[in-house]
Design a protein around this ligand. Structure first.
Ligand code: KG4
Ligand code: ZN
Length: 341
């Protein structure tokens, strides 16, 4: 069985062909980072227009690399929730058109469930039930994952997502966009204890996160209160490195601490981590340290499967096997959660 998966939830135009052994026959990701760079974040209208320009070449290239035609496929799958409305619509329209043209069934993917499923694909073994930490540019949440598509919310950020905080702080430090990889690079030369920064809710039993106070604390360290033009501020390189390292450590402390708390509270012994921030080297290192010796199985996909991609759309295979197809009039759900709410 072969499925063509399409991903356009945010600012990557991606497609992949996977089979029911979870093997990747082709994968293409067209990044829009360069288009959004000067705005320091994703501009929804620019993202949807870029998806329109890229979706057909990306689909052509994916099928070419797989050496397949539409007639060789068994289904078309597309992430239709959650994400930016205009971006989601481009992928969904393309998927529907392919289904009509080739007489194929349509499968809908929940993008957040797919981020956790990336761990299952990379693991090549069963990972459910598990605690799922989804940590990306738009989401930071913990779920009890009973199966690939059976999630219960444990907690989530009450303000900014962790990736959003990385992007904003990188902007203040003049490190560019996307902020996560830039902060990680800058932090290599920095001292993570140089600045004492808040770890909100870390010692609270609720499984929620808050990163806006941390972001503000970094802002005050750089520029103090009041209106400021960050592009005019030139900090010494060592201070930038120390701020990046201290900020990264604070975010990692919260993500690791809450994941451990979720494992304790649920009694689950497996942790799967997905989403763009799961590509962070320091987070991966700290999670490995904390889970080792406690008998916790840790699964994090390779970095290229943490940031948005279509390979994780292989979660659709689960629905194809169960015959769970969608009518061609389905819509997008920009605000959806991983538990279907
Ligand atoms: O999952 P993703 O590609 O898109 C969303 O669904 O949001 O996540 C993108 C986010 C961005 O905020 C980016 O800065 C962050 O993931 N990110 C990282 C790293 N690589 C990407 N954050 C920290 N360290 C990284 N190495
Ligand atoms: Zn994502």
């Amino acid at each position: 069985m072969r499925v063509l998966c399409i991903e356009t939830t945010c600012d990557e135009t991606a497609a992949a062909v996977v089979n029911d052994r979870l093997e990747v026959l082709a994968s293409v990701v067209a990044s829009q980072d360069a288009l959004h760079q000067r705005f320091g974040g994703v501009v929804p209208e620019i993202a949807s227009r870029a998806h329109v320009e890229r979706i057909l070449p990306v689909l052509d290239e994916t099928l070419r690399r797989a050496g397949l035609g539409l007639g060789d496929l068994d289904a078309v799958a597309v992430a239709n929730r959650p994400g930016l409305a205009g971006s989601l619509l481009v992928g969904l329209a393309a998927a529907k058109a392919l289904c009509v043209a080739a007489g194929l069934p349509l499968v809908a993917i929940n993008h957040l469930q797919a981020h956790v499923y990336a761990c299952r694909i990379a693991a090549k073994e069963e990972v459910f039930p598990c605690v799922g930490l989804i940590v990306s540019g738009g989401h930071t949440s913990l779920y009890r994952c009973l199966g690939p598509t059976d999630f219960e919310l444990l907690g989530a950020t009450i303000d900014d997502a962790a990736g959003e905080a990385f992007d904003k702080v990188a902007g203040m430090l003049g490190l560019g966009y996307p902020g996560g990889p830039a902060i990680q690079r800058a932090a290599e030369a920095g001292n993570p204890s140089a600045y004492s920064l808040p770890r909100a809710l870390l010692n609270h039993p609720r499984l929620d996160f808050s990163f806006s106070g941390l972001k503000t604390a970094v802002r005050y360290l750089i520029a103090g209160p009041g209106r400021v033009r960050f592009e005019e501020i030139r900090l010494p390189p060592q201070q930038v490195a120390d701020l990046a390292a201290s900020f990264q450590e604070a975010v990692v402390d919260c993500l690791v601490g809450k994941s451990m708390q979720a494992l304790e509270q649920t009694g689950l012994r497996t942790l799967c981590v997905g989403g763009g921030v799961a590509a962070n080297a320091r987070l991966r290192q700290r999670l490995a340290q904390e889970t080792q010796g406690r008998g916790i199985r840790l699964f994090i996909a390779p970095p290229a499967l943490c940031t948005d991609n279509a390979v994780m759309g292989a979660i659709a295979i689960e629905r194809v096997k169960a015959g769970l197809f969608e009518p061609l009039d389905i819509d997008v759900f920009p605000g959806g959660r991983a538990d279907g709410q």
